[in-house]
Design a protein around this ligand. Sequence first.
Ligand code: AHM
Ligand code: MG
Length: 334
Amino acid sequence: MNQNPLITLNQFIADEQSKFPKVNGNLSSIFRNLQLAAKMINRDVRKAGLVDILGNFGETNVQGEEQKKLDVISNEIFMRLMDLSGNCVCVVSEEDEDIHWCPGGENAKYILAIDPLDGSSNIDVNASIGSIFSIYKRLSPDKPVTKEDILQAGIHQVAAGYIIYGTATMFVYTTGNGVFGFTLDDSIQEFCLSHPNIMIPEMGSIFSVNEGNLKEFPAGVQAYVDYCKGNDKAEKRPYSARYIGSLIADFHRNLLKGGIYMYPPTEKAPNGKLRLLYECNPMSFLVEQAGGKSHTGKHRVMEVTPEQFHQRVPIFIGSSRMVDQVLDMMNKDA
Ligand code: AHM
Ligand code: MG
């Protein structure tokens, strides 16, 4: 019988908090509500094939009620639970053009950025999807929140993580002291520690990129993709191509096995596709905490000061030596 102690996410967070007696638990309460949101979204994702909630947003059902898409439902769940937490000032979400201000949260300390359900093209085809979050502290707690409080560079994140709704549901997060993964035990509805102190291998043999766009990538990126496919026994090339089109699924696999995920600039989209605040920054915090790297091709992702809430940046993220290699090839080409 497995003698490993059962550690739930709640227990783990409480233990971590007790190491810092001056910490007052406000962040833990946000985590409790994030966890609850994760369980509620998990429930809805799991029954999506049974109940007709896959339709397009805006359609009405037989009762004349508006049917909602899963990403809209997920967004509402996060907003409601952040409103209830009392510790969140506002939320920036991929689903909303404007900032969501939490009622009664004027004096709260934390700001949340979320992609409530990432990988939307995968929802209807039963492939892995996920939720992403990033948490910042407001800069001056005694003054009204300004744009600068929300537009902080990724290096100022106090916590970040994702929930992957895959073959199992996992909650993976960091507060800057390593990366920890918890798997949902359906029978007790608790996230249990399954992946302590995750470290990404320094070198991997998987590359994840939408090769359909290859001809539009900068020449250095095209050269790197070519290199990934080249033959070299000692370097275990050719690497394997793995791309499902769901950032969390691709990232999660590469985090555990070693690999690189890329969303390069293209002619049509010079800043790539992925959003800085709630896709690139949280993943970058996680990967760096796990010993990997994340870069836009010009800057370390977490050093980019955002200018807009929904800003996009190109991203090269994963095993450190693989990221170095693609940057090298891009520099040679520049
Ligand atoms: P979404 O937030 O609209 O779901 O888009 C983000 C997704 C990522 O999960 C994924 O890696 C990427 O878009 C895939 O884009 P593409 O289909 O252009 O390769
Ligand atoms: Mg997304």
